[in-house]
Design a protein around this ligand. Sequence first.
Ligand code: NAD
Length: 504
Amino acid sequence: MHVGHETPSVPLDGALDAPARFDGFERMPLAGSWRRGRAGKLLTDHDPYSGDVLVEIPAADARDVDEAYRAAAASQRRWAVALPQERRDVLERAARVAEARREEIVEWLIKESGSTRTKAIFEWKLFRDGLLEYASHPFHAEGRILPSSVPGKENRVYRRPVGVVGVIGTWSFPLHLATRAVGPALAAGNAVVVKPSSHTPVTGGLVIAKVFEEAGLPPGVLSVVVGAGEDLGGPFVEHALARAIAFTGSQAVGRRVGELCGRHVKRARLELGGNVPFIVLDDADLDRAVDAAVAGKFLHQGQTDLAINRILVDARVHDAFVARFVPRVASLRVGDPSDPKTAIGPIISRARLDDLLRKVDATIARGAAVLLRGQVSGLVLSPIVLSGVTNDMPAAYEELFGPVAPILRFDGEEDAIRIANDTELGLSSAVFTRDGERGARIARRLEAPMTHVNDWPVNDEAHVAFGGESASGHGRHGGRWALDELTSVHWISVQETRRRYPIG
Ligand code: NAD
């Protein structure tokens, strides 16, 4: 069946005209049209580096949330039965819109989330590559036929969308992290309502909606509600029409979202904080390890869930590692994120910066040595490197989410595994050794569910299982794992012959 929406403005073939820039971000796509929220409050979107106001958005309230979910449920029925190629084409065209608007999107990431240009381009690629991967999903929704213990019966298992998915996003990689839930959800035939972080309403929601609109997604299938989490969070999660919630954010809020989902018996996919160990074994190639440690710690000022939280170095190579690492870190250029040479831009907010400095000071008070002490200028913090850190110090046991590198010393691989696993926040991890099989052996004993041998821990590929364990969350993004999360299965049995029943 054809879903019957207007001809998309972006054709699959042929050259694209240079598009006019997206505008109108004081409105949000609610139930099929762009309008202002009705909360009677303004949400002010700031550039964290300059402090400039980017846009003031009249925030949504519970009535807007309700309208968005109702429209989503109504339009989802038609979207779910669209031919797979129609859903694929919308996602492919979205990737082409992303291509055509690369510079515009990168600029928004720089000014709204304080991304350096390097990080913004890195995130844009994750966004574009993700859309292309999700475009392949509609043709991969397969069912199964299973044997039956009942004579004359055939068991079939069909796969179908869950219905309406609510996506709650964060600000660190706003565009990519929201889209990695929105894209597969749409590909599977779901409708979606997104609540972006208040720090990044544009790149975490409104830009995504503009891209899909230009790609020809039928109105109402994707809505965005902009507003503070404490105001909108409850109505957003509890709404009866939201059959699944995909949440990315902190452990504290994630637990509350998970509790609410439990109370209303709906699916929760939670992607929460990480405490990523980076292990340098005694036989590591130290130059390669230092390259990966610098990038894996300081990309986006350390504000990613995959950023290295603890650098664990074998005592035999500790001093040699430190002697290479500290000067490299000291040479990172700090400041204006729009300058292409800048490696470290601003922290997202004053509250986050103060919290980070509290963890650093408490760790120094507990006896850590300061190898490099960063200075604060506005919201920019230049790198801090601490050594002599142990797992009972805040910089090791708390998630840092900032440009602070604690170095821990260990004695042999058993000690490394013990220290690395001493966290509830298992997400990504890395091991450096010249012996790849030794690395893989150790990787299999790490509780973090993603481990990269001789690489940084910041890997995210749209076709591979991505997610955390234990207090870092559950559920998986990527490839067919995402398909499983965002669909449900329907057991249909067909009884072809007359059956003998146990009674009657
Ligand atoms: P946060 O928990 O403060 O906010 C996340 C989202 O929840 C925002 O959209 C916010 O508005 C919303 N929210 C706030 N209160 C709410 C409520 N009561 N009900 C419902 N929603 C509510 O987290 P943050 O500051 O945006 O993100 C930082 C955290 O996210 C870090 O811990 C980081 O590790 C984690 N993170 C995890 C992943 C992952 O894939 N595992 C990726 C990126 C970030």
